[in-house]
Structure formats: structure tokens, C-alpha cells
Write a protein that binds this ligand. Sequence first.
Ligand SMILES: [Zn+2]
Length: 277
Amino acid sequence: MDYIKFLGTAGARMVVAKQLRSSGGVWLSFGGTNIYLDPGPGALVKCWSSKPKLDPGKLDGVILSHKHLDHSGDVNAIIEAMTEGGFKKKGIVLAPDDAINSDPVIFKYLKDYVNKIEALKEEQSYSVNGVSFSTSKRHVHPVETYGLTFHLPKGKLSFITDTKYFPDLSTMYKSDIIVINTVLLKPRNDIKIDHLSINDSKILINELRPKAVVLTHFGMSLLKAKPWEIAERLSQETGVEVIAARDGMQLNLEELLSSENTFCYREHNVAKPQPKK
Ligand SMILES: [Zn+2]
């Protein structure tokens, strides 16, 4: 079964610092290949406290979209766990060059624990154990940041990671399912924050028209405004299924890709209403 599991949905400094939502990133499992995307603070603990438990020793790769702490805080712990403390050399680590080489967040000694550490560049293709993905153009964010699109046998799955809105986003992410890091409830011009707001995400949903969208990476104001209610409103306004991620939420990709608008019934365990005869 192909799935994505959210081990954290926290987005902004205070939500991470107070752990109002977890900051463990996302576990991806495609055709038996396991990949950890953005293991933030607490990722290792979340693996083992997850139900069912996720064993980082079964990982084939670790990807960082960028080196900010909420995306990389546990990257070294996860690499150690993936390789059983270096006793079992395996796996690949992919991250932007500035996360590996300038003020690195990945310890140098771990280089010998894995098969390869590779620097991500914009608009390139990569593979983790046969699972292929491509990077976007560089995002507008204070450190080198890329979004990702996985090219899976049944469809495309994209992660629009941290970025300020820019028009190219709506041409780079033509996918079936899109996960959008939506930190802000409203755009903020008072301070420089290079993040997407609900308004930006709505523009992207309308322009990209995927089968389903998952919002995650919530900041404080958005969290207070109940992301699940906002997601429902966006679904109604756009006609696209919009889901607000929760800590521990697992999405079955095959079901999501193969059906139209049936997700909400599965997710909430509610029987889908039958058409009247
Ligand atoms: Zn960031």
C-alpha cells in the first residue's frame, strides 16, 4: 500500500517550540520504499510512538526540502536510526547544498553511514530505491528550498514546501495530489515572512485543480482558526477536495488517486450517502 503519514503538522516557530502540533515531518511509503521527508524536532520519537510503529531502520532515504530547524532538527537522529548507528550502511540522503556544505545541518561523520549524500538542485530528477521525484525551481525562502514532485505509477504527488507565493508555483505543480505548507491564516506585510497563506493556497488550488489537496505546516493564527473548518470551506469554494492534516494522519494514495471526491467519507469513517432511486 502506498501511503503518506504525517508525523507532524506544525509550521511556525511558536507552534514548534510549544509543540502545539508535532514537528516530525512526513513518512512516505511507495511500493515498499520508505522515505522520510523533513524530519523536524521529535521525528524519531514520533516514529516509535506512532500507531502502528514506524521503524526508521526500514527507511531507504531521507529528504530535506531545506535546512530550517522545523524541517531538519532530527535529521541526524533519523540517519543514525536508518543505518543502525552506522553498523548497517544503507540509504540515500538528499538535501539542498547549503544543508550539506555551508553551515551544514547534516553531521559530516554520517557520510560513511549511508550509501550516498546528494545535493538537490532546482528542476532535476532523483531516485530513492527506484522511486523517482523531481525538484521545483528554487522557492522564495531565506535558505535554499525546493518543492518535490513524486512520479508514482498511478499519478503525481507534490509537496509545495515553505515558500512565499510566486506565480511560477501554479505551473510547476501540475499534480494529482498536492500537499501545501500553509503557515499563515492571512498574508502579513508587517514583517517579512516567506510563507504561504490560506489565500495563496486558494489561488494555487484554483489554478492547479488537483484531485485532492492536503494543507499542513500550520502557524499559530491558522491553528486557532481551526484548519479543518477552513479546509471544508475551501473544498466548497473551489470544488477540490481539501483536507487539513492532523498529527498521525495517514492517507492511502491509491484510494485518493483512483476515486473522485470520496475521501471525506473514508477519512471520517462515515458511510457515503447512496443516491436516491
Ligand atoms: Zn522554512
